[in-house]
Design a protein around this ligand. Structure first.
Ligand SMILES: [Zn+2]
Ligand SMILES: [Zn+2]
Length: 236
């Protein structure tokens, strides 16, 4: 095994997942990138966990003006941070190994909330089966599994399924997108939502995906539904 690992390391020397620089033995990220990593800090929106510009603000404009189906959320890195590239590499360029490091950060970040939320199960936001076939994996599921392993919480990737194709939604306006998304999810076969559920996804932007999944879960028996994402946007 050791020799195999040496050969693999020689062929694919470990590189920094953010800048691509070759790493020293045992490093998971180069020193420069590590020192620049910034997680979302207070003030955060009390509902979705988005970074807020003002200390006195409690909710982001989004959460102040609308009802969310999920109860509370947390996103680890600002959407504009360098970590976004890691998420994009995981999502679109097959760099599934990134899920391990991202999951480790997500687990560490959300630990205080976990003590309050007490989720019984982690549920990744599902991909449409056609997309899943094309990509070969669901990045949200990889993140959930990585987080679940560290926090010792089971993952149920079949709790919710994606029905319709929502591929064209990027071109739709916000309301149309929400209407489209509301129809997109359903409970998985023979699944009942029980207890508190922590949804896991890669990126939180408008929250409409999290809302659509949370709605299905709540209408089917879930207690509280929380959301954890690797990146979260601060603009709407
Ligand atoms: Zn780097
Ligand atoms: Zn918010």
């Amino acid at each position: 095994m050791y020799i195999v690992k040496q050969v693999i390391d020689a062929l694919y020397p470990p590189a920094c997942p953010l800048c691509g620089k070759l790493l020293e033995k045992g490093e998971t990220m180069c020193v420069r990138c590590r020192s620049r990593l910034q997680v979302v800090a207070e003030p955060r929106c009390m509902c979705c966990g988005r970074p807020l510009p003002d200390q006195g603000q409690e909710y982001c404009p989004d959460c102040a003006s609308m009802h969310h189906w999920f109860d509370q959320g947390a996103g680890v890195f600002p959407y504009q941070s360098a970590v976004r590239r890691m998420v994009m590499d995981l999502k679109f360029r097959g760099k599934t190994a990134n899920a391990r490091l991202l999951g480790r950060w997500m687990a560490a970040y959300v630990k205080p909330e976990i003590a309050l939320w007490r989720p019984d199960v982690l549920v990744p936001v599902p991909l449409h089966s056609r997309k899943l076939r094309k990509r070969g994996y669901n990045q949200a599921r990889l993140l959930a599994e990585s987080v679940g392993k560290i926090l010792d919480i089971p993952v149920d990737a079949a709790m919710v399924r994606r029905k319709g194709s929502t591929e064209a939604q990027m071109h739709l306006g916000r309301l149309a997108r929400q209407r489209n998304l509301e129809q997109a999810f359903a409970m998985g076969k023979n699944r009942v939502a029980e207890g508190n559920i922590l949804l896991v996804d890669d990126i939180y932007t408008t929250g409409s995906t999290a809302d659509a999944v949370a709605r299905v879960l709540k209408e089917n028996g879930a207690g509280k539904v929380y959301v954890l994402t690797a990146c979260i946007g601060s603009d709407f």
